[in-house]
Design a protein around this ligand. Structure first.
Ligand SMILES: Nc1ncnc2c1ncn2[C@@H]1O[C@H](COP(=O)(O)OP(=O)(O)OP(=O)(O)O)[C@@H](O)[C@H]1O
Ligand SMILES: [Mg+2]
Length: 366
């Protein structure tokens, strides 16, 4: 923590506090955090789970929150949801301080691995949760039915969610988070453990519902191909700090490799001809017989291409820039900031444990 001097009183002032004061609270932002921190434990055992994050989620957007295991996503979300008290820093939901009834009223939350009361049916659970958000009983009943229907769970409404499959639990958690039509939904790994088809359906339902209700969504997850379909902006958190916030469009531009894919017939001849132009910085045929190339003179290639194709009796199927995926950006941001070995820390740890015989012994015993 940096100490500076408050000129008027000549007293030391904590730098973090100055930063917090300098940022204006924006009531139009669904989420705004200012130097938000959550530390667990003390001294040598202290874990800086969230270490001074500034997040802004705009009204109406679906914003992805990404990071490796243990990065601090759930902890941040629990602070935003008012469940955890921050160690320091500030957070606002549409201008209302997090953890206050005014903020809690605006938000719907589904945190990973929800626990459901054993004695309640799914239908009763939704009514109960709805009433906790201040809904009248009749409206809560109506919405519970409506959301069970939307999520194709009507026939399971009178079963106990504790006995549900992972997929059904996840859907019920999403129903619970959205049924009071909150202005903001915080969804932590809402599709974890679901099979691909169920995930696809749930992602689409979330997207549609958010659009219909005008709900801003802050969503975390590890399946980046899916997050990519859902969100318009992402924030990447690594070891409690923000690594990057960007829109998918900016991300594609910024991290673009400048590579193009050319799919055509007679690709083997075409690649020879294309190489002989002498303008490619990279050129190869991938395993699908697609020509991948990179050039600083792409306009020139565009001009030459029709003739090259004609010369080789080749038919064009596709010629387009290769879009960078969210997964590639994620790996890039993390390895740039922390070294590529960071990504494999868990595996290294696992290998060490195996070397030490711990896991193997456990496996053998099991
Ligand atoms: N209640 C707690 N007490 C102590 N440490 C905690 C607690 N909750 C989380 N942590 C630690 O804080 C760090 C961040 O954890 P968090 O669960 O927020 O990460 P995450 O990004 O959600 O990870 P994952 O992708 O695995 O869900 C981890 O090092 C974790 O061990
Ligand atoms: Mg988590």
């Amino acid at each position: 923590m940096n100490l500076t001097t408050d000129q008027s009183k000549n007293l030391p002032v904590v730098q973090d506090e100055i930063e917090e004061q300098e940022i204006e609270i924006d009531e139009n932002l669904a989420i705004q955090t200012i130097n938000l921190k959550k530390y667990f434990g003390k001294g040598y055992n202290q874990v800086k789970a969230v270490d001074g994050i500034n997040i802004s989620v705009k009204e109406g957007e679906v914003h992805g929150y990404l990071g490796p295991n243990g990065a601090g996503k759930t902890t941040s979300m629990l602070m935003i949801a008012g469940t955890y008290r921050p160690t320091s820093g500030k957070g606002y939901i549409f201008g209302k301080p997090i953890g206050t009834p005014a903020a809690n009223k605006l938000i719907g939350v589904a945190i990973a691995n929800p626990n459901f009361w054993k004695s309640m049916t799914a239908y009763d659970y939704l009514i109960y949760m709805g009433r906790l958000t201040g809904m009248q009983k009749t409206l809560a009943k109506e919405r519970a039915k409506e959301f069970l229907h939307i999520l194709e769970m009507t026939k399971h409404g009178f079963r106990h969610p504790a006995k549900f499959s992972t997929g059904m639990k996840a859907k019920l958690a999403v129903a619970q988070a959205l049924m009071h039509h909150p202005r903001l939904a915080v969804l932590d790994e809402s599709t974890a453990g679901l099979d691909p088809e169920s995930r696809f359906k749930l992602v689409n339902t979330i997207k549609e519902l958010a659009g219909m209700l005008g709900t801003s969504v802050f969503v975390s997850g590890h399946i980046l191909t899916e997050i990519e379909k859902l969100v318009s902006r992402v924030t990447i958190i690594v070891k409690g700090k923000i690594g990057l916030t960007t829109t998918l469009a900016e991300m594609r531009k910024e991290f673009s490799t400048g590579e193009y894919a050319l799919e055509c017939s007679n690709a083997k001849q075409v690649i020879e001809d294309l190489s002989s132009l002498g303008v490619a910085t990279k050129i190869y045929l991938d395993s699908n017989d697609t020509i991948i190339f990179q050039s600083d003179f792409i306009d020139y290639v565009y001009v030459q291409l029709p003739e090259i194709l004609q010369r080789n009796g080749s038919e064009l199927r596709r010629f387009s820039p290769i879009e960078v995926t969210l997964e590639e950006v994620f790996i890039n941001v993390i390895s740039k900031r922390y070294g590529s070995e960071f990504l494999y820390e868990e595996e290294l740890l696992y290998e060490q444990q195996i070397e030490q015989g711990g896991l193997l012994k456990r496996v053998r015993r099991g």
